[in-house]
Design a protein around this ligand. Structure first.
Ligand SMILES: C[S@@+](CC[C@H](N)C(=O)[O-])C[C@H]1O[C@@H](n2cnc3c(N)ncnc32)[C@H](O)[C@@H]1O
Ligand code: SF4
Length: 371
């Protein structure tokens, strides 16, 4: 079924909320990291040109003009694009109807941060950066295939001159990393005085250099100790732990990612992007050849009321405060308790949530909510 047909098929829709968010994928990177299985490829000028032209066509074909509250350009590495390519990209985003105080996030690799890039992003109306830093430790960075020979601190200082809303990514749980190394890294991350931090335990994905080289996972107990240390340290330093892997200063939660966790609708444009529009969750093709031919969509799943309720739980329970009983009732005219077994959850008058001690193993709890 085409997306157009689905739009006509609105009657089956479970929830009628308006689309307020949009994700755009830029799959190009200057270097490929040893652990990454994201949809990405080496930067190539010709391909970027064709890609941006096709992206423009896709947006024109599907975007219905809704007022957007969040826009997120991710990758790959959007910051790998050259000046004129960024300008073309912003011509596309300027065709979207962004609300006056919309959150507009742009993913950057720390290597690309310089005054020229920051100025262009500012002109393009970006107001939030998400920067992959990952670690300060040379040995760990080299395992990740990310060797920096510049001062990360200087680059972040420069970025802060232009943007006050910045996220940085940290990877922990790299085999060979010790608690002492992580403590040092955390101190350096905290010294950057950034208002949002996302943490990822290293996952050894198939078809990555680390997997092919048979790199071993870190001991699970040590990884868990690392997670606990990060949570404790960031909380002690004034960060709110608001989602399993995300921490922010007051008022700096990622509004875009909250769209996902709140099971709201969003567009996904670009290679391998996913979206949730009307009653359909879709994922675009990962094949650049097909994408450039205009065959954008690959998988489409019709979201029934039952699936939507499950998604409400598994996405919402990623938030530390969990899911709100009233939201569920308003959306589905049912009580959570009447639909799901909530025995593994904690409960307040208004919410169900995962106990702090269980967050690290949240996947085991969340899987119970999917049939
Ligand atoms: C699209 S990248 C961020 C922007 C830019 N491409 C970069 O790497 O600096 C998204 C983030 O996902 C995380 N990530 C990707 N693959 C991962 C893996 N296998 N294990 C853990 N974290 C991963 C990294 O923290 C990375 O910064
Ligand atoms: S982690 Fe970022 S820079 Fe590295 S390959 Fe993946 S998308 Fe590209």
């Amino acid at each position: 079924m085409t997306l157009k047909k689905m739009k006509q098929d609105n009657l089956k829709e479970v929830t009628k909320d308006v689309v307020k968010s949009c994700y755009i994928h830029i799959p190009f990177c200057q270097k490929i990291c040893t652990y990454c299985d994201f949809c990405k490829m080496y930067y190539n000028e010709k391909l970027v040109k064709s890609y941006l032209n096709e992206l423009e066509k896709e947006v024109n074909e599907f975007y219905q003009g809704e007022m957007l509250e969040t826009l997120y350009i991710g990758g790959g590495t959007p910051s790998s694009l050259k000046n004129d390519e960024l300008k073309k990209l912003f011509e596309i985003t300027n065709s979207l109807n962004l609300s006056e105080n919309a959150e507009f996030t742009f993913e950057c690799n720390i290597e690309n941060i310089n005054e020229n890039l920051l100025k262009i992003l500012k002109e393009g109306k970006v107001n939030r950066l998400s920067i992959g830093v990952e670690s300060f430790n040379k040995k760990l960075l080299s395992i990740l295939g990310r060797n920096y020979n510049f001062s990360v601190t200087k680059k972040i200082k420069l970025a802060k001159k232009y943007f006050n809303n910045i996220n940085i990514d940290l990877i922990y749980g790299i085999n060979g990393e010790t608690i002492a190394m992580l403590k040092k890294d955390l101190k350096k991350f905290l010294d950057l005085d950034i208002n949002h931090i996302s943490i990822y335990s290293l996952i050894l994905e198939n078809n990555t250099v680390l997997k092919v080289k048979n790199y071993q996972e870190i001991d699970d107990d040590l990884s868990r100790d690392m997670y606990d240390l990060i949570v404790k340290t960031l909380k002690e330093h004034g960060y709110n732990h608001y989602e399993i892997s995300n921490f922010s200063k007051d008022g700096f939660e990622s509004r875009h990612n909250l769209t996902y966790w709140n099971n709201q609708k969003y567009y996904g444009f670009g290679l391998n992007a996913s979206g949730y529009i009307n009653n359909i969750r879709y994922t675009n093709t990962r094949s650049l050849t097909n994408y450039l031919k205009g065959s954008y969509k690959k998988d489409e799943e019709i979201i029934t009321k039952k699936i939507d309720m499950e998604n409400f739980m598994i996405l919402g329970l990623r938030k530390i405060k969990g899911v709100e009983k009233n939201d569920f009732k308003k959306r589905y005219n049912k009580e959570i308790k009447d639909i799901f077994d909530v025995s593994k959850l904690k409960e307040t008058e208004k919410n169900f949530y995962i106990a702090e001690d269980d967050l690290y193993i949240s996947n085991y709890i969340l899987k119970d909510f999917i049939e």
